[in-house]
Design a protein around this ligand. Structure first.
Ligand SMILES: [Fe+2]
Length: 240
């Protein structure tokens, strides 16, 4: 598996607090068949610096080697959509997934209250600039199912990629979010599934392997494999 959305870097956001916690996450991930993890700390363009993420990433990768954990780490960030006002963010540090120039993809989140007004404009602007927006956990938007589908259908048509959270599918956030997640998968609104692990409150990498069993039942083994392997690899520009 490839886990494209994690908060494994220690002491940088609300994810792992210590190297020890990061190592526990990495060990668990590797033991369950996760080969690559993308570190995607919350990132505010204009405030946060890619260099800090890069340094933390190099340091943790060295710790993994020292502790004989063969997990490969990649860089990135999770950017709040309100931090991407067209005309201002283009000059700032932007943590594209895997820090690659080609392909360029960006993990974008929005407040749980729902997709804010103007979200579409921002996402289409990214697409126009040759950047693939990867929309994190659309199932957690607290708007009606009908409204959610109305808002996200044109996004998919324009090339926005949808990433659902494994904890949503296993029911960690309750029945309603689990049902929404299943609906999105069944209706083709899931390109990638990731753990969004934070190293605490049950948000661990094992969620991804637990959810994979559910995903295989819902979408079939082949599609499930695309969502945890082929699609994330393509987005990252990696071949393994
Ligand atoms: Fe996240």
């Amino acid at each position: 598996m490839i886990d494209i959305h994690t908060h494994i870097l220690p002491g940088i956001d609300d994810g792992a607090r210590t190297v020890k916690e990061s190592l526990a996450m990495a060990r668990e991930a590797w033991s369950l068949g996760i080969e690559v993890m993308v570190a995607t700390p919350h990132f505010l363009p204009g405030i946060d610096k890619i260099d800090n993420v890069r340094q933390a990433l190099i340091k943790l990768q060295k710790e993994l080697e020292y502790n004989s954990i063969p997990l490969q780490l990649c860089g990135g960030g999770e950017v709040e959509i309100s931090g991407l006002v067209p005309g201002t963010w283009e000059k700032e540090d932007i943590p594209f997934l895997n820090f690659t120039e080609t392909p360029k993809a960006l993990l974008v989140e929005f407040p749980f209250s729902g997709l804010p007004k103007g979200a579409e404009e921002v996402l289409y602007h990214l697409v126009k600039m040759g950047i693939t927006p990867v929309l994190a956990h659309p199932e957690r938007a607290m708007i009606s199912k009908k409204e959610l589908l109305r808002r996200i259908t044109p996004l998919r048509d324009e090339g926005v990629v949808f990433q659902i959270d494994a904890p949503s599918l296993v029911g960690l956030w309750g029945r309603e979010i689990k049902e929404r997640t299943e609906m999105l998968i069944e209706r083709g609104f899931c390109h990638i599934m990731a753990s969004d692990c934070h190293g605490r409150k049950g948000l661990m990498p094992r969620m991804l392997s637990d959810a994979l069993t559910v995903l295989e039942r819902l979408a079939g083994e082949e599609k499930a494999q695309e969502m945890v392997w082929d699609n994330p690899l393509e987005i990252l520009g990696l071949s393994l």
